[in-house]
Design a protein around this ligand. Structure first.
Ligand SMILES: *[C@@H]1O[C@H](CO)[C@@H](O)[C@H](O)[C@H]1NC(C)=O
Length: 207
């Protein structure tokens, strides 16, 4: 009789323990699902970020490309003026020709400077703006997958099971908030590329 009684108790305990343990597995599943969803979102932002950087570089190249023929045109009309000038001797013509070459050199430097500074700004922006945050966020997000095991190691699951569940509840809140706020943050980072690109394009348009 007593043996049976103890057996039933042992069975109940086993079932209860099983049920309690299921909560942990559920947490584990929830953490993994959130981590995968968030990672997919970051992946999309990664592509979006790269597309933006590519587009700004393309626009800048178009702008720089526009400058070269404009400069050639200005130079050839200047040369025509020199050739057509009346009442100047060869020495003067030669002198003006030298000035023209100097002027051409300066113009070239202007375009090169422009490309250089625009490149430095754009490159700095494309490397330092979105990526470091995205990488930090990715690793934090991946950490969440092993959160249940980590919490398990920090808590005494046998004596204080409720404390363990409470901690996991807190972590669950944390990762959910993190996913939303970091998503917004990364999106703002991408939008901020536009300011730098605008500045670079303005820079090249003033040459
Ligand atoms: C897991 O996620 C489901 C669906 O969002 C939710 O109903 C459930 O309460 C979560 N479980 C835990 C242990 O947080």
């Amino acid at each position: 009789m007593f043996v049976k009684f103890f057996l039933v108790i042992a069975l109940l305990q086993a079932v209860c323990a099983q049920q309690r343990f299921e909560v942990l597995v559920e947490f584990g599943t929830n953490f993994s699902t959130l981590a995968i969803d968030t990672q997919n979102e970051i992946n999309e932002l990664y592509h979006f970020n790269a597309d933006m950087v590519r587009e700004f570089n393309r626009e800048l190249l178009l702008e720089l490309g526009r400058m070269v023929p404009e400069m050639r045109e200005a130079d050839s009309s200047f040369q025509q003026q020199i050739a057509a000038a009346d009442g100047v001797d060869d020495e003067c013509r030669e002198y003006v020709e030298e000035l023209r070459e100097l002027f051409l050199l300066f113009q070239n430097w202007d375009i090169q400077d422009c490309a250089y500074y625009a490149h430095v700004e754009l490159a700095d922006d494309s490397v330092n703006r979105f990526l470091p945050y995205a990488i930090t966020f990715l690793s934090e997000n991946t950490r969440s997958i092993s959160q249940v095991v980590e919490s398990f190691s920090r808590n005494n699951a046998v004596a204080e099971f409720d404390a363990l569940v409470e901690e996991l509840d807190g972590e669950w809140e944390y990762y959910q908030t993190l996913a939303v706020s970091f998503g917004d943050f990364l999106f703002d980072e991408i939008l901020a590329h536009a300011d730098v690109a605008d500045h670079c394009l303005t820079l090249s348009a003033t040459v």
